[in-house]
Design a protein around this ligand. Sequence first.
Ligand SMILES: CC(C)(COP(=O)(O)OP(=O)(O)OC[C@H]1O[C@@H](n2cnc3c(N)ncnc32)[C@H](O)[C@@H]1OP(=O)(O)O)[C@@H](O)C(=O)NCCC(=O)NCCS
Length: 167
Amino acid sequence: MSACLAVSAAPRLRRMQIPDLEAVLAIENQVYEFPWTRGNFIDSLAAGYEAWLLEDGGMAVGYFLALQGVDEMHLLNISVAPASQGRGHARQMLDALCRLCRQSGCLQLWLEVRLGNERARQLYRRYGFAEVGRRRAYYPAAQGQREDAVLMSLQLAAQPLNPEVQP
Ligand SMILES: CC(C)(COP(=O)(O)OP(=O)(O)OC[C@H]1O[C@@H](n2cnc3c(N)ncnc32)[C@H](O)[C@@H]1OP(=O)(O)O)[C@@H](O)C(=O)NCCC(=O)NCCS
């Protein structure tokens, strides 16, 4: 597989590497109340997960990490820097992930999202994901509480390729 995935004319996706983690963690710590640690990212890179960084004008603006199974993919983390949100970057990364899935024969994409993360749930719903289940008390929450995860799934066979993303 090539080291770069073109997702549009300007932003550029490339494989995440250890030296990127400073920029990645700066975003991660801004967008999550319970962020992944540096160790979580290092472990994911060492395990060979799909880990991609989106750059715009040479600046890291987002990233995603996904775990590939035999014939399915599990999206573990997708994040966009606050100043760069609302510009379609998450959609672009989902397009690229779907392309990766098809290239590796994965016909189903899974993810969990916090019940209260309406923005992300809206993103996934509008992208075509279906809410297929609930994992009770899956995430840590404020004041020692727990929050449910919504399990979402996308059948890739039913998802047309973005015409901007060439197979
Ligand atoms: C969720 C997140 C990844 C979306 O990234 P983004 O680049 O802003 O999203 P996009 O610009 O590609 O928008 C895609 C869709 O997201 C939703 N969305 C984007 N901005 C939104 C906003 N301000 N309010 C509500 N929905 C919004 C919309 O459904 C939009 O679809 P549309 O363009 O057809 O209206 C980003 O807000 C983020 O990083 N949040 C913090 C981390 C997080 O929660 N990640 C998901 C964990 S499961």
